[in-house]
Design a protein around this ligand. Structure first.
Ligand SMILES: Nc1ncnc2c1ncn2[C@@H]1O[C@H](COP(=O)(O)OP(=O)(O)OP(=O)(O)O)[C@@H](O)[C@H]1O
Ligand SMILES: [Mg+2]
Length: 215
């Protein structure tokens, strides 16, 4: 069970929306929101986009996570299941394992890649992701999710993530995102790879350009 709730912790959850190649994984690595070392970082990484100790089964993931928590200090643990096992049900099992590991006395950074593949409905997240997003903040969760098709994202994730990075996407997605975020569709349609509009609660929107980095 998640332990040591600290109700004063801020919501730092981020969501990255964009087509394949828009630069979501690059943004995760480059924007400095997730320290590269010295912190607990738990990743759902179907595309092997991140450097981390990698597991290919949930049981191995749980075992190494418990070992890391006992050892103390920072660690980066990625789950990359074989393609056909990257299902909503297994993602739910991973979310439950992550929730169990949360401790309000330590930040736990979570990278949740390719939410379109693991989301069953745009209405509401499944129970374990829902719990993670709705209760995780006070147990030190810093959640970063990515999605290619924003129309497929559960509303729960939109509600939980107060900082959004919007990159290039197809026409249908542009319309959907523009309406949701109150951005001119032409502004989104004009984006280039590795370029994002940042939209954060209480801040003016801004456009940022990154350069590809081998990290
Ligand atoms: N070796 C390279 N040199 C220069 N640019 C590269 C190189 N490899 C990838 N890129 C650029 O980096 C971008 C890919 O970024 P990234 O992997 O972050 O995309 P993504 O949004 O995460 O895609 P996906 O949804 O498929 O995971 C593309 O614009 C691509 O052209
Ligand atoms: Mg990626």
């Amino acid at each position: 069970m998640a332990i040591n709730p600290d109700h004063s912790l801020p919501n730092k959850f981020c969501l990255y929306i964009g087509d394949t190649g828009s630069g979501k994984s690059q943004a995760l690595k480059q924007l400095g929101k997730i320290p590269g070392r010295g912190v607990r970082c738990l990743l759902w990484d179907p595309g092997q986009d991140h450097k981390a100790q990698r597991c290919d089964s949930l049981s191995q993931y749980r075992r190494l996570l418990i070992a890391g928590l006992r050892r103390g200090g920072g660690f980066r643990l990625a789950l990359t299941l074989p393609g056909r096992q990257q299902t909503p049900a297994n993602h739910e099992a991973w979310c439950a394992i992550v929730y169990e590991a949360l401790n309000g006395k330590h930040l736990t950074y979570v990278v949740d890649e390719e939410l379109s593949a693991t989301s069953r409905s745009p209405a509401k997240a499944d129970p374990s992701l829902n719990l993670l997003l709705n209760q995780g903040r006070k147990f030190g969760l810093v959640y970063h999710g990515t999605i290619q098709y924003p129309q497929e994202l559960p509303k729960t994730v939109y509600r939980a993530c107060q900082t959004l990075f919007v990159g290039i996407q197809d026409v249908e997605a542009v319309r959907y995102v523009a309406k949701r975020l109150d951005v001119e569709p032409s502004k989104i349609a004009g984006l280039k790879p590795l370029q994002f509009i940042k939209s954060a609660k209480g801040e003016p929107q801004k456009t940022m350009q990154m350069k590809y980095k081998k990290l």
